[in-house]
Ligand binder design. Structure first.
Ligand code: CA
Ligand code: CA
Ligand code: CA
Ligand code: CA
Length: 821
């Protein structure tokens, strides 16, 4: 009896552990920043530990994770992914930074002294498995730490490297280029840093930010890497790998690593390996997906979904058109047939999703992730509203504000637990084929159907900050009942599909609702009025257009672009009505109009099919100004550029102009030098622009966030770097916080101009820009630390000189006053 129950128990446990990966939700932990279970291992005596310095070890370890198993489990996740636990280079004096994160290996087969030892790691694995949770280890094969470099062709050893000046594992210790026998072993590629990320040869063979690139073509290197990582499967019984920097290693390496003789997959069944190929696609394009697809063919059975991550940020956080996300969702169906897509809203290498936005936006994004197929990952701290990427959860770690953050009662912790539980109850969220049935050319509605063999769900999301209305055309049979199964900030009543599959719906701002498409049906009443109108689908409007129509309805209402608050009631006189469309109040491009007809009482309501039309307008110049050359010296002419040679005169503004097309505003800035030293996607670096827009009819803020300066009045701020853009409102802005983000404006380079496009819907479609003021300031931003570049008396490599931390963070500036009569 006892024996049988044990066998049964083992069987049940293995079902849990070996359930499909797409049924799981994973919690991602940076070991050093999660929890300190053993303070004795924090300081190894090399000045590599400080809980006040984000560049150093903070004290988190494997024992700390074990102590917090219940906290992790109660969130409802099915396992953890941990940053590499292997022995690291603790301090690199060449870059003044430490390997607390685990990606700078010293020895691939040893647990780092700060994190514990092999026994701790085995215990962690055992405790996780006892709790039906999996353990995924982050691995690196592309590089070790930064132990050598070629400085203008001359080989140099990083003699100040801590704790050793070379890796300690054979053959990676053979890194002295000046020793002919070591050189000939060719364990390394013996290269300089990658300078051109578009050059495929450099990308595979050169050093990524100084990290010594392993010769992954060399058979010895291949064997030892394979053996090193099999070691963890055998010793610790880990269940999967997250594979760092996969695109910097040749694809045939991966084939051999996973599928070759004694490959990873021969070691353990159902072993997952998800690769990091950090590529994203432009809106409505799929270059990244195409490249990521090739990794599934090279041995990976799972990949991180970076294209989706970017689209979620663009659309849900950045207010860009929901049709972008609709496209991305449908494009994923194909990829999902190849393997597991690991979904996430942020990670340890990027700004946290919550930074610069509101909790409600974070919640919507997380919920969205839980409604679509893939294996969602929650980055630690998300469940406590963290905004700092690598802040510590524990009191004595860096960035903790000297508080423990393991609060299971917090609102966002409960929210995440609830949405994970919702996902588990609904197989279509994990297995459904996704079909988008409604999306917009602006922020607003995204509606899609999830179709799995077990159930069909309809998801309705509104990404905008206004209530939306639509009449969606579907393939569903009339009378079908859509049963409300989840409601976030919306309505929880059921919906009935109307005649011909139409669903009229109003959707509150920032809400997400899920409906089960049931087999139940009711009879629907057919309300049909006579209606004729002169605006037809796809009509192009270039000047004022008079809409005229006839109907036997008592009342006619219309809505523009699904804006519930644009509801306009028309007078119907002798069965006729008319109104005017003024194209200058619209962004160029596609728009839509929805008519609602009513009889004597509310029950007699008919929504018509939406009619789309195009606004096509000429652009109009609103302002142009030249700025002196060489005045990029701060307000008093004392500022100096950082001394690194990559700084030219990027912060010198030489001219600016403003145009509009309809209600879309376009700002152009011409810098003296345009550089791309760090491969910025928007095509410029070593300068950022903080642009303040004043709508004279409104009273906004005075302080320029983080810039030690104030002006009379501003209502919107645009913050543009070569990597990102944001439009903020002055609401919520202060000396040291940006306001609420409204949109990510598009940024392009055109003939030496930086062109920033702000859709009018984000500015609430002003009728005129006359007398609006635009104040442009230039500075630079430290992308690693996510803050403005500091200023000091003396300039340094990456520090601006000629002032101090209380001086205005403005290198050059320019004001434009718009004429729009
Ligand atoms: Ca510790
Ligand atoms: Ca490489
Ligand atoms: Ca190096
Ligand atoms: Ca200038």
């Amino acid at each position: 009896m006892k024996k049988i129950s044990i066998i049964l128990l083992i069987f049940l446990i293995s079902i849990f552990i070996f359930a499909n990966w797409q049924d799981k939700v994973i919690y991602f932990i940076m070991i050093d920043r999660f929890n300190d279970g053993n303070p004795l291992n924090n300081d190894q005596g090399f000045n590599e530990y400080s809980s006040y310095d984000g560049a150093k070890f903070s004290g988190g370890d494997l024992a700390g994770i074990i102590q917090k198993i219940d906290y992790i489990k109660n969130l409802g996740v099915d396992g953890i992914w941990i940053t590499p636990p292997v022995a690291n280079q603790w301090w690199d004096p060449w870059v003044n930074y430490g390997g607390y994160h685990g990606y700078w290996a010293r020895n691939f087969k040893q647990v780092d002294e700060h994190f514990g030892n092999l026994e701790d790691y085995k215990t962690l694995s055992k405790v996780l498995h006892e709790n039906n949770m999996v353990l995924i280890q982050d691995i690196v094969v592309n590089h070790v730490g930064n132990y050598f470099r070629f400085n203008n062709g001359k080989f140099e050893i990083n003699v100040g490297s801590v704790p050793t000046k070379a890796p300690t594992q054979y053959p990676f210790n053979l890194n002295d280029f000046n020793d002919p026998s070591q050189r000939e072993m060719n364990i390394y590629h013996w290269t300089e840093d990658i300078k051109d990320y578009k050059d495929p040869v450099q990308k595979l063979n050169n050093q990524l930010s100084g990290l010594d690139d392993l010769n992954t073509e060399n058979q010895i290197v291949r064997e030892v890497l394979k053996e090193s990582y099999i070691y963890w499967i055998k010793e610790v019984d880990i269940d999967g790998f997250r594979v760092d920097t996969a695109m910097y290693v040749p694809k045939d390496f991966w084939k051999d690593f996973f599928l070759g003789k004694n490959g990873i997959y021969s070691q353990k069944s159902n072993f997952i390996s998800f690769g990091e190929v950090w590529l994203t696609s432009k809106p409505l394009k799929d270059d990244a997906e195409k490249e990521i697809e090739t990794y599934f063919d090279s041995g990976f059975n799972s990949m991180l979904d970076f294209p989706l991550n970017e689209e979620i940020k663009r659309v849900i956080k950045g207010g860009q058109p929901t049709k972008y996300l609709a496209y991305r969702l449908e494009r994923r169906n194909e990829l999902l047939n190849k393997g597991v897509l690991v979904t996430f809203i942020d990670n340890h290498d990027m700004e946290r999703f919550l930074k610069g936005t509101q909790p409600v936006v974070l919640k919507q994004a997380l919920l969205f992730l839980m409604t679509i197929p893939g294996m969602p990952v929650i980055y630690y701290g998300t469940e406590q509203y963290f905004t700092e990427t690598r802040a510590s959860m524990f009191k004595n770690g860096w960035g903790s504000n000297r508080k423990d953050h393991f609060n299971e009662e917090s609102e966002i912790y409960s929210f995440i637990r609830d949405i994970i539980s919702f996902r588990k109850q609904h197989p279509a969220t994990r297995y459904g084929n996704v079909k988008a049935i409604y999306s917009e050319d602006s922020s607003g509605l995204l509606v899609f159907i999830l179709d799995s063999s077990e159930e069909k769900l309809l998801v309705v999301m509104n990404t905008s900050d206004i209530k939306k209305i639509a009449n969606m055309k579907t393939d569903l049979n009339e009378g079908t009942i859509l049963k409300s199964v989840y409601n976030f900030r919306g309505n929880s009543f059921d919906i009935t599909v109307k005649k011909n599959g139409y669903i009229p719906i109003t959707v509150p701002e920032r809400s997400l609702m899920v409906y089960e498409i049931t087999e139940d049906k009711v009879k629907v009443r057919d309300i049909k009025f006579d209606f004729k109108v002169n605006i037809k689908n796809n009509l192009t409007i270039q000047k004022e257009f008079v809409v005229e129509g006839e109907t036997n309805a008592k009342y006619v209402y219309f809505y523009i672009d699904g804006n519930y608050f644009s509801e306009t009631k028309l007078n119907v006189v002798d069965g006729k009505f008319s109104f005017v469309i003024d194209p200058y109040k619209f962004d160029p491009g596609e728009h839509k109009i929805l008519f609602k007809l009513r009889g004597k009482n509310v029950k007699e309501t008919q929504y018509l099919e939406e009619i789309s039309f195009n606004i096509d307008l000429q652009k109009k110049e609103l302002a142009f100004a030249l700025d002196p050359i060489g005045d990029d010296k701060g307000p008093n002419g004392t500022y100096l550029y950082p001394t690194d040679p990559s700084f030219k005169r990027q912060m010198d503004i030489i001219s600016a102009k403003v145009e509009k097309i309809g209600s879309t505003l376009i700002i152009y800035i011409k810098p003296r030098d345009l550089t791309t030293s760090w491969n910025p996607p928007y095509g410029f670096d070593h300068v950022t622009y903080q642009i303040f827009i004043d709508d004279p009819s409104k009273k906004g803020a005075k302080y320029l966030p983080y810039q030690n300066h104030e002006i009379d009045d501003w209502d919107f701020e645009i913050f543009v770097t070569g990597w990102s853009s944001a439009l903020y409102s002055s609401e919520g802005a202060s000396k040291n916080s940006f306001g609420n983000q409204i949109l990510s404006p598009d940024v392009l380079i055109e003939n030496g101009w930086i062109k920033i496009i702000i859709k009018g819907y984000a500015l609430r479609n002003p009728e005129t820009f006359d007398n609006w003021k635009i104040y442009i300031t230039s500075w630079d931003y430290d992308g690693v630390e996510s803050k403005f570049r500091p200023i000091n008396k003396e300039p340094k490599a990456y520090v601006i000189g000629g002032g101090d931390e209380f001086d205005p963070y403005i290198m050059d500036d320019l004001t434009l006053i718009l004429k729009d009569k």
